[in-house]
Each structure stands twice: as structure tokens, then as C-alpha cells.
Design a protein around this ligand. Structure first.
Ligand SMILES: C[S@@+](CC[C@H](N)C(=O)[O-])C[C@H]1O[C@@H](n2cnc3c(N)ncnc32)[C@H](O)[C@@H]1O
Length: 386
């Protein structure tokens, strides 16, 4: 899932574009623009009217949750998710190739969007599907269900999973595409766990039921130079205070597997059928062993998900060695350039937690050290995915 907010969309080739939601913090930026605008257009009556702040039309009453759901109200973001064939076809195959899981079962689709997963489940023989969607895309889902003659099987419920009343006491299956960048960005996992604990029967299924986060290290001199070190000297001026900010924002982008210098290390496994919401906050140690002599400029995180209750294990990876998905990978640039020799290891630990003020953001603390022949470093860096 996710929110590659198509309004702030990235392209797979444009490494410069960061992906972010418009949260409350951004309103401040909007206000600034509004104040400056009249000077620029003060001699144009029509334009100056356009530049006047209009309280009735501002989004000042919106909360970050409103912005979050707004982003899912536009069809563009759903188009992007549906066109991610790795994502959507995996769900489709899981459902169509395992109809025994769905036959005559009551299914809850958490965050149904266009209703695609509900439609798959209905087609696979589910007895009834409750498709819960909070954004206004729920209205489209309702229409899509009618257009495809599934109104007798799929009930679309518009509202937050945490607030709606389900017409049944229990469901046999919970299906959801909740994964965000860096797996946990957006914090939608919490909603799935809430639904699981409230409605899932004792021997019920959560699909997917396993997710794992992985880490590796890459050489990325050109890009680090272009996007991070750039701020050290901008037309002869020191703007290194912005460098600090740039470094603290993980970048969502595709990584060429030729850039990988070390092994890929499993950081964390989550069993969605059993885990507690608190388990999404964790510290995991890592050891990345160099497979060649090279420089390391960044660590790269990615996730895999799997559906272990199928006839055969099914799932997909968002790693740099797999076919690209809209989640791409998450790149964390290091303060230091590490010179590493084959066999040497970067060791450390990563702490991941939802941001306290805005729990859809993710705070990451990265501790790493290298005690090599050419390089001895020990450092702690802080990142925030926003
Ligand atoms: C990643 S999209 C997946 C949409 C669809 N299931 C699909 O696979 O194309 C997640 C959807 O969940 C919805 N959502 C997120 N949190 C929700 C909540 N607490 N209650 C209801 N819907 C939610 C979002 O609005 C969004 O449409």
C-alpha cells in the first residue's frame, strides 16, 4: 500500500524527489506563501484577489488525519497502486489460487480503496466481504461494486475502521494492503491489528500474515555529492545547515543492485497474526559484511511480505534485487563515507518508532561503527520519515 501521494509524486528516475504527506507542519509554509503573494500581484486586480487569503477556503481546520485520508480520495494514488503489478498481482494470485481459504468465508477488507481486494475475494467465493474505507474513494468503491454486480456479496462501509460498526460480530479473514514506505510509514498496521483484535474469529486469517524489514549498504557517491554535499557550498555560500536536514530525511528511491556492497541483513520480522501494536517499535542489531572493497555512502532498507497460509508460500519483496514496486527502497545517507575492505563489517543497531507528535511519521535512530584497516568510525544518526 501506500501512499506514493501522486499529488507529490516521484518518478523512478528522478532521485531528487522526496515523498511526503502534507501534514499540519506544512500549513505554516502555505501561510507564508499567502503573505508574500500580494506584493507580487498587487497591480493585477484579478490575481490579487486570487492571492488574498480566504479563510473560508483554507485547510486550517484540517488535522494530519484529514490530510492523510484526503491523499487517498484522489484516484491518482489508487491508479499507481493498482498499476503496481508486483503488489496487485500477488494479492490476486494469493486469492485466486487459494479459493479454499475464501469459500463461504466472511472477509473484512481493511482500507479497501477502490475495493479491488474485496472484488478478488468475492470472485474467489467469499460468502460476504465488508470493505471499509475512510476516504471519499469509498463512494467510488460502492459504485464499482454495483457496476460489477457484487452488491449482494460486498458491503462498502465508509468510515474509519476504528469508528465503524460492523454488521457482524466476527469475520473469518482480514485482508489488507497496509504497508507503507519503510514498511511502517503511515502506521496503518495499527488499524489492521485493531480490526484483528476486535473482529477476527479465533482461528481466523490475516492476509498477509508475515512482514520483514531488511538492511543493506550501498556505494552512492554521485548522488550523495549532488543532494547532500551540495549544501556545503552554494554559489560560494555555506548552507550546511540545510545539509543537516537533507541528511535526516530518508529518501524513497530505487537502488541499482550493482551499488550493493554488503550482505542483506534481516532486521525485523513481524507476524501480523500475533504481534502487538507495540512490536512495531523496536531496536534491531545488524552486521553488514562487505562483499568487495568499496566505499559505503548509505544504508538501504526494504521489506518483504508473505502469505504463509497458502498452498505454497507466496509473497513479494521490495528489495533492490527484485522487480521494482511503487515502494522502491528507503535510503539513509551516512554522515561519513566509509572505506571498507572485503570481509570487514559495519555493525550497529537501528531503532524504529512512530513519531510521538505525528504517529504516521517514523523516527529512526541509526548507530553504526566500522573498525577497518582504512576507516574507523562510530556514530549515531537520527532520521525522520515524513
Ligand atoms: C494502501 S491503500 C490500499 C487500497 C486498496 N486496498 C488496494 O489494495 O488498492 C490503503 C487504504 O486504506 C485506507 N485507510 C487507511 N487507514 C484507514 C482507517 N483507519 N480506516 C479506514 N480506511 C483506512 C486509505 O484511505 C487507503 O485508501
Amino acid at each position: 500500500m501506500d501512499v506514493n501521494d501522486s499529488l507529490n509524486s516521484t518518478s523512478t528516475t528522478d532521485k531528487s524527489t522526496k515523498i511526503r504527506f502534507e501534514y499540519e507542519d506544512d500549513e505554516y509554509i502555505e501561510d507564508e506563501t499567502i503573505e508574500e503573494a500580494p506584493t507580487e500581484c498587487s497591480n493585477l486586480e484579478e490575481d490579487s484577489v486570487m492571492c488574498m487569503p480566504d479563510d473560508s477556503n483554507t485547510d486550517s481546520d484540517k488535522t494530519s488525519a484529514d490530510y492523510y485520508f484526503d491523499s487517498y480520495s484522489h484516484f491518482g494514488i489508487h491508479e499507481e497502486m493498482l498499476k503496481d503489478v508486483v503488489r496487485t498481482k500477488t494479492y490476486q494470485s494469493v486469492i485466486y489460487k487459494n479459493p479454499f481459504l475464501f469459500k463461504d468465508k466472511v472477509v473484512l477488507d481493511v482500507g479497501a480503496g477502490t475495493g479491488i481486494l474485496s472484488l478478488f475475494c468475492a470472485k474467489a467465493g467469499a460468502k460476504h466481504v465488508y470493505a471499509v474505507e475512510c476516504s471519499s474513494m469509498a463512494d467510488m468503491a460502492e459504485e464499482i461494486v454495483k457496476l460489477n454486480n457484487f452488491s449482494n456479496v460486498i458491503t462498502v462501509l465508509k468510515g474509519k475502521v476504528e469508528e465503524i460498526e460492523l454488521p457482524v460480530a466476527q469475520v473469518n479473514i482480514i485482508i489488507s494492503e497496509w504497508m507503507g514506505y519503510f514498511l511502517v510509514y503511515e502506521n496503518m498496521l495499527k488499524t489492521v491489528l485493531y480490526a484483528r483484535d476486535k473482529w477476527l474469529v479465533k482461528d481466523g486469517l490475516v492476509l498477509p500474515d508475515m512482514a520483514s524489514l531488511h538492511l543493506t549498504a550501498i556505494e552512492d557517491a554521485d548522488y550523495k555529492e549532488d543532494k547532500i554535499e551540495f549544501w556545503n557550498n552554494v554559489y560560494g555560500f555555506d548552507m550546511s545547515c540545510i545539509r543537516k536536514q537533507a541528511l535526516s530525511e530518508p529518501l524513497v528511491d530505487t537502488v541499482d543492485q550493482k551499488q550493493i556492497v554488503t550482505n542483506c541483513q534481516l532486521l525485523k520480522t513481524m507476524d501480523i497474526s500475533k504481534m502487538a501494536p507495540e512490536d512495531a517499535t523496536f531496536t534491531a542489531p545488524f552486521k553488514l559484511v562487505a562483499e568487495r572493497d568499496d566505499y559505503i555512502h548509505a544504508l538501504v532498507a526494504y521489506f518483504d511480505v508473505s502469505f504463509t497460509k497458502c498452498h505454497k508460500l507466496m509473497g513479494f519483496s521490495t528489495g533492490p534485487k527484485s522487480r521494482v514496486t511503487h515502494w522502491k527502497q528507503t535510503v539513509l545517507y551516512l554522515e561519513d563515507v566509509l572505506t571498507i575492505c572485503q570481509g570487514e563489517a559495519v555493525i550497529g543497531a537501528m531503532t524504529v518508532a512512530p513519531n510521538k507528535k505525528n504517529p504516521r511519521d517514523v523516527d529512526i535512530m541509526l548507530k553504526y561503527s566500522l573498525n577497518g584497516r582504512h576507516c574507523q568510525v562510530s556514530r549515531t544518526q537520527y532520521f525522520r520519515m515524513r
